[in-house]
Design a protein around this ligand. Structure first.
Ligand code: NAD
Length: 348
């Protein structure tokens, strides 16, 4: 399958991390915990001490989650040059600052120093690989591998190639990240901000608008999300969540019922016209996700997960309250007197 490279994604053992700030350092912690050898390079004078501190801070959480058999912080080496960092790498993860000119030059430099059959992933939050790979001699092995902070705890990585990337490199990267324990989402085509960031950014921009217009405070926005929709999105995405908002009629009823609300000014983002084609795409797409489960079954699954999240948050709050004199800030996550077995609320 990967005739372009002798490296197998599942047997990669050395990863080079170029740029070791918040995200690069998070990747380093993740790869170390998963048993890889990691060679890092970062031009900042204090990069090594900061990186080791980041890894030390992350390590208790990673230990609690379960380390790979050969995982160890002693498997991290800081290279004196970029060239030395990538020399023996089976995969390279670039996590330098989000500046297009810098990414273009840095990826060209990494490309020149890295054996041509090694795949290189960029952590960019939103640049397309087509824009970034223009100076590389071997752009075919350059792909985006976009994580979420912190990469050692948030499973998702979005993988997509650019115009000059080849399919084998995208597939190789996806397989490598999967073997490294990530939840991989491969995009079929380039999309500014990818998928996760587009959804997150829509909420973020609306939040900024609301603050700018005095419509909501920062505290109200955060409470609305953490005690509201954010809780559900930890286990059901927005589509499956709204499928249940349609009761037994599911997504089809939800769209017919709330379709007219799309014309209301609930957000600054203009809603697409709810054509028959869009309605059908939403209904059949949701059917695929539902995979034959009855609405009652989904409600039970949602409620169990919601209770698990609420109880886990309460447990953390209790532990923090015990640790500090002032106590935790979060109010009881489960409604007062709730047992967690009540009839489900199916409003969106
Ligand atoms: N912070 C996030 O939540 C987040 C999430 C996903 C993706 N990203 C992406 O990850 C990348 C890194 O972001 P960050 O938040 O870690 O930034 P950061 O500022 O914390 O880290 C950037 C690091 O790159 C180093 N650096 C500077 N110039 C460099 C160069 N020429 N070559 C190599 N390293 C260099 C800096 O010394 C610094 O340690 C960006 O592309 C960003 O968009 C960030």
């Amino acid at each position: 399958m990967y005739e372009h490279t002798p490296h197998r994604p599942e047997s990669a053992h050395t990863v080079a991390c170029i740029g070791a700030g918040v995200i690069g350092g998070g990747w380093v912690a993740h790869f170390l915990a998963r048993g890889y050898r990691v060679v890092a390079w970062d031009p900042a004078a204090d990069a090594e001490s900061k990186l080791r501190q980041l890894v030390d801070t992350a390590w208790p959480a990673l230990t609690e989650l379960g380390l790979a058999a050969n995982a160890g912080r002693d498997r991290l080496r800081i290279a004196p040059t970029l060239e030395q960092a990538v020399a023996e790498a089976d995969f390279v993860q670039e996590s330098a600052p989000e500046r297009l000119d810098l990414k273009i030059d840095l990826l060209a430099q990494i490309d020149a120093a890295t054996p041509a059959e090694v795949v290189i992933g960029s952590s960019t939050s939103g640049y397309s690989m087509s824009e970034m790979q223009i100076k590389a001699q071997h752009p075919e092995r350059l792909v985006v591998g976009h994580p979420f902070n912190p990469p050692y705890l948030v499973p998702l990585v979005e993988v997509v190639g650019g115009a000059a990337s080849e399919r084998w490199a995208v597939d190789w990267a996806a397989e490598f990240y999967r073997a490294a324990g990530k939840s991989v989402l491969t995009l079929d085509r380039e999309l500014p901000g990818f998928i996760g960031n587009r959804i997150q950014e829509a909420a973020w921009r609306e939040a900024l608008h609301m603050v700018a217009n005095g419509e909501a405070t920062v505290a109200q926005i955060d409470q609305a999300m953490t005690d509201g929709p954010g809780l559900r999105w930890a286990f059901f995405g927005p589509c499956l969540t709204f499928h249940l908002a349609g009761g037994t009629g599911g997504m089809a009823h939800m769209l017919d019922h709330f379709g007219p609300a799309l014309q209301a000014p609930w957000t600054r983002m203009e809603a697409p016209h709810l054509t028959q084609q869009l309605r059908d795409a939403m209904v059949t797409g949701t059917d695929d996700v539902v995979a034959g489960r009855e609405v009652t079954q989904l409600i039970a699954q949602r409620d169990r997960r919601m209770i698990a999240v609420l109880r886990a948050l309460e447990e953390v709050d209790r532990a923090e309250t015990a640790e500090t004199a002032e106590g935790g800030h979060r109010h009881s996550a489960l409604p007062e007197g709730a047992t967690g077995t009540e009839e489900s609320d199916v409003t969106p």
